[in-house]
Design a protein around this ligand. Structure first.
Ligand code: PLP
Length: 451
């Protein structure tokens, strides 16, 4: 197995072309502040990014929950290059290419039994909007087209397209753009004061699933299409579901004919110790959305895994030669993305990375929880190789988180902050020494922050 145990101190300096900072409008970024002191990375290998001067920055969040097998995997680069030389592009409308079927088969071997019909898209946001349409098409095909209400959860993040925004429990997402799509009724989120600093799944809180009964009473079960949840809410601070919570949601959905969708854009491909969180938590949803680590981050790609029974209902209720699902993207199953996907899944299997991540998670969590003594740390939540470290707010909500993220980068650690929480999701190839380095940088920076 290619273990990234060596910890490089420097890398070769790269002279970037003289860049103008004017034209590129960075997403999700305070651009004026960024331009005062731009933070650039020029190269990546294993667990490290390198800035243009060759300074290593350890990657604590797999790029953005994507590079599960570490950066710069030659096998993926070669597979993509070879595919582009052989067949650079065909859309998958009316025709497709062999590797698309190989990729779908490889994904279906990882998903829970029966969730083996794979619809390809290009991002997590597209996966969410596509899953919503599949749900609507399924109910319509069964003669229950009135089921159009989607239920989501407070503090949920389901991407930035309008479907996902309508499901969003993130205040900023909804306030800025929520007016266009019908906002989904929201279940209460599962974070509770009693579960502060609890390890793994909190023992109490399964009863929060009963909030779904309240929404069923308000909207009528016969009008509700599906419930969308991230098994672990990632972008809002790693909210681990209480023991029994997801099981209870599943049971209520079954009792009322609602579909259950797991958004596994972050938790998919080993983050929780199994291929999908559905398997870690032993709850089988009807659809799973995925993206990010599907190609190890090397190509844009997403997918929806669909229960065979749902797929068949939609496909078989349409006349033989008609398009049964009027949806798709020019780049759905792009050859280069399929090549990256097949190569990435092959690395995950060959290097047994999901099991390796599971093995490392005890050490990772022990080291993360060692930060609990810092005055600025008010909560820690963790599951698998995934952790959220909540910081006491200083100034406006999110102000400290933003500052900390910049300070950490300068100190040699890349991670994501969301609000005032720092999020860790190291690659599954990380060694204990890498975890130590990540925690050491965090301690060095956070110790300067007060309660
Ligand atoms: N769903 C979840 C749970 C996510 O965490 C994200 C992104 O982080 C998305 C959807 C959107 O994915 P993308 O940024 O690829 O559109």
């Amino acid at each position: 197995m290619a273990l990234a145990t060596d910890i490089p101190r420097t890398g070769p300096a790269i002279t970037p072309p003289r860049a103008s900072l004017a034209e590129f409008w960075l997403p999700f970024t305070p651009n004026r502040d960024f331009k005062k002191a731009p933070k650039l990375v020029a190269r990546a290998e294993g667990m490290y990014y390198y800035d243009p001067q060759g300074r290593p920055i350890i990657d604590g969040v797999s790029g953005l929950f994507a590079s599960a097998a570490g950066h710069g995997r030659a096998e993926i680069a070669e597979a993509v290059g070879q595919q582009l030389r052989e067949l650079d592009f065909t859309a998958s409308f009316y025709r497709s290419h062999p590797l698309a079927f190989t990729a779908a088969r490889a994904i279906s071997e990882l998903t829970p039994d029966g969730l083996d019909r794979i619809f390809f898209v290009n991002s997590g946001s597209e996966a969410v909007d596509t899953a919503m349409k599949i749900v609507l098409a399924y109910h319509r095909a069964r003669g229950e087209g009135q089921r159009t209400v989607f239920i989501s959860r407070e503090r949920a993040y389901h991407g930035v397209n309008f479907g996902g925004v309508s499901l969003s429990g993130l205040v900023n997402n909804r306030r800025a753009f929520g007016g266009v799509a019908t906002p989904a009724p929201l279940l209460r989120h599962t974070w509770r004061a009693e579960s502060v600093f609890s390890h793994g799944q909190p023992d109490t809180g399964a009863d929060l699933a009963d909030d779904l009964l309240r929404l069923i009473a308000v909207h009528g079960a016969e009008n509700i299409a599906a419930v969308f949840v991230e098994p672990i809410a990632g972008s809002t601070g790693v909210l681990v579901p209480p023991r029994g919570y997801l099981e209870r949601l599943r049971a209520i959905c079954d009792a009322h004919g609602l579909l259950l969708v797991f958004d596994e854009v972050i938790t998919g491909f080993g983050r929780t110790g199994r291929a999908f969180a559905a398997q870690s938590f032993k709850v089988r949803p009807d659809l799973i959305t995925m993206a990010k680590a599907i190609t190890n981050g090397a190509q844009p790609m997403g997918a929806v895994a669909v229960d065979r029974r749902i797929h068949d209902q939609i496909v078989h209720s349409a006349p033989e030669e008609s398009i049964e699902f009027f949806h798709g993207y020019t780049w759905s199953a792009h050859p280069a993305a399929c090549a990256a996907c097949v190569a990435a899944l092959d690395i995950y299997a060959r290097e047994n990375l999901f099991a390796r991540g599971a093995e490392l998670s005890a050490y990772f969590q022990q080291r993360v929880f060692s930060l609990a003594d810092l005055p600025a740390v008010t909560d820690i939540r963790a599951y698998g190789l995934f952790a959220g470290i909540e910081l006491a707010p200083a100034g406006k909500p999110g102000e400290r988180g933003y500052r900390v993220q910049k300070e950490l980068f300068d100190a040699g650690l890349h991670l994501k902050t969301t609000g005032d929480a720092a999020i860790l999701a190291p690659a599954l190839i990380a060694s204990p020494a890498h975890i130590d380095e990540i925690i050491d940088v965090l301690r060095r920076v956070l110790v300067c922050h007060s309660a």
